[in-house]
Design a protein around this ligand. Sequence first.
Ligand SMILES: [Zn+2]
Length: 315
Amino acid sequence: MSVLSRPYFHDEQAAFDFVEAIIWPTGPVCPHCGCTGRISTITPNAAKRVRFGLKRCGDCKGQFTVRMGTIFEESKLPMTKWLQAIFLMTASKKGVSSHQLHRTLEVTYKTAWFLSHRIREAMRSGELAPFGEGGGMVEADGTFIGVEPGEPITRGANHKMKVLSLVDRTTGEKRSFVLDFVSAKAIGEIVSANLSREAILMTDEARHYVKIGEQFAGQGHTNHAAGEYVSRFNPLVHTNTVEGSFSIVKRGTRGVCQHCYKKHLHRYLAEFDFRYSYRVALGVDDSQRAIRALQGVVGKRLTYRRPDGGGASPA
Ligand SMILES: [Zn+2]
């Protein structure tokens, strides 16, 4: 027996039961009228084309499955494959490429690509409580990731995609943002919107952070240019946590998204932030992490504009 022998990875009914228990912890909810009481389950029947998980609402007479209003909607892929994909993507520290999903799940590459982007969307943080509440320390630092395909390779880091990340040192959670330009204004807006005023901001010596830090209860700076990675005056003043997290993202994006377009980069970052925020060191195991991702599938329907002009724009 192994994790992979669990019934919900192989049996469609078991997969629906598992997902329903997570999305509807207190019983099914009709997505048409919001009613919860008089909902019956229709027995699956391939001959009569009755799908797994089909429910009927006694109030509005509408039919639905747990897929409705989630990333699973508009997908004919069996729920067992969805669960396999979610487990693979949430359990692997560096992520799983669409090519790997394509081979492992035996689905087309195109399906694997859509699947992985939808799962990334489920991992995107829904609740955005400010970091550093109660006077906690928050590290902020920027990095450069990859090169947008088609961008000319210039000297320095101009051609790379710019990312700002925040790590709440108390909870261990991480949040990342794609920057169009590295400017005091752009960084200031992100930091202001995501930190509690009670927070203590930890950054390197970049001058714009000093001004940004004035709005918080406190701030500390290291002097990287002078080779200082932990303050000589206070060992709590450093940005080593957030910098350490960048190495995982860099190793992961190098292997997984060789062709990471900037318009999709925020989803890759959400994926890495998710695994970092629910990592083993914080007491989260692989199954719990998969369940966290499943809790995020609601309200994250994601459709892409197709080359032929069909389909909706990204939500
Ligand atoms: Zn209803």
